[in-house]
Design a protein around this ligand. Structure first.
Ligand SMILES: *Cc1c(COP(=O)(O)O)cnc(C)c1O
Length: 356
């Protein structure tokens, strides 16, 4: 690929890769050697820098710490069977980052800057892409405001950074989740559709209560009535009900997941009926009881497909059936994983390939 943007590269003197135990990767705890840093000043993005991963300094009045202009994304890089580095639909993540940016009064990132900066960073740290099954290099792009100023208003300066983490599985066993009917994640007119840091800060306390009660995650319900299923943690929720794929429609309260939209497309291509419609908690629980709910799973970049074993509602645990060998959630995982690794032909043009 020909580079059309300038990137200043300051390589690390001594790689840290030998200190990483690639056989026992804990999600999000190890960081690859370099990061991409782009500053926004005087109304423009400055020259991207690739520098060693490490601390950055800031003043205590840095606005993002006080007023929450902070947004992020999550993607994964794989080593394909033909040797290329592959990233799954990164332009979709950029579109969403820019949607989040607009909602939070932050500057948008041009696509060529994003893709070329990412490509160069991945080339430099390509040795960090794990090649074990189920492992990948998790990519964390994020942006935050950097003005030092006390006053609630949009900052004039920002930092955009991408760093990478070699990771293993996000969840190691099927999930126990609890329907949340006290706390809310997002409301109409709010910021639920954006991946902004505050959404996750607000989720910690209700999630902790659920964790303390023995559940891995909560199922968020709509803010006005707590009647309809929305999503869970950092995953969209999907169900197989009477053979159809059922998932909540994305609006302004639900994050428009790249995994979600990919699963929907694969289902359609497989001839599975797709219903994007509100699903009430009552319908879900009745359906588990009468056997019409055959599968429940979360869909998101970090976990990819996370099967759900148990759903709790109003103090009662309802168990989903064991997943058969030909379960939809297994087939769709195999398809997504196969496309990323280059083992299944990428007929939908989803894979972004980076040559070294
Ligand atoms: C990131 C995220 C998702 C999943 O989105 P993907 O693009 O599939 O990774 C779903 N819900 C929430 C709240 C998220 O933050």
């Amino acid at each position: 690929m020909t580079e059309t943007i300038n990137i200043d590269v300051h390589p690390i003197e001594q790689s840290r890769i030998d200190s990483i135990d690639f056989d026992n990767l804990v999600f999000g705890r190890s960081f690859a050697d370099h990061m991409l840093v782009i500053d926004y000043e005087n109304g423009a993005w400055q020259t991207p820098q690739i520098v060693p991963y490490g601390p950055i300094s800031f003043g205590p009045a840095m606005m993002s710490l006080h007023y929450g202009q902070a947004i992020f994304e999550g993607m994964k890089a794989y080593r394909s069977v033909d040797g290329d580095i592959t990233v799954f639909r990164p332009s979709e993540n950029l579109k969403r980052l820019n949607k989040s940016a607009v909602r939070m009064c932050m500057p948008e990132i041009p696509e060529d800057t994003f893709l070329e900066g990412l490509s160069e960073l991945l080339r430099i740290d390509s040795a960090w892409i794990p090649d074990k099954p189920g492992c990948s290099l998790y990519i964390r792009p994020f942006m935050f405001s950097t003005d030092e100023y006390v006053g609630v208003s949009p900052s004039k300066t920002y930092k955009f950074i991408i760093f990478n983490c070699p990771v293993g599985a996000y969840y190691t066993k099927p999930l126990r989740v609890r329907v949340e009917t006290t706390y809310i994640r997002s409301a109409h007119g709010g910021v639920g559709f954006s991946k902004n840091a505050g959404n996750y800060g607000g989720s910690l306390y209700p999630t902790k209560l659920a964790n303390d009660a023995g559940y891995d995650q909560i199922i968020w319900t709509d803010a006005s009535e707590h009647r309809y299923v929305e999503e869970a943690g950092t995953m969209n929720l999907m169900f197989i009900i009477n053979g159809a794929l059922v998932t909540a429609p994305t609006g302004d309260t639900i994050l428009d997941g790249v995994t979600r939209k990919s699963v929907i497309q694969i289902a359609k291509d497989m001839g599975v009926k797709v219903e994007e419609r509100p699903l009430s908690v009552t319908e879900l629980i009745e359906g588990i009881k009468d056997g019409s709910v055959q599968e429940a799973f979360g869909a998101g970049t970090a976990a990819v497909i996370a099967p759900i074993a148990t759903i709790a509602s109003e103090g009662i645990d309802y168990d989903l059936p064991e997943r058969p060998a030909d379960a939809f959630s297994r087939k769709v995982y195999e398809e997504i994983n196969g496309i990323r690794l280059g083992k299944i032909e990428d007929t939908r043009d989803w894979v972004y390939r980076i040559k070294e």
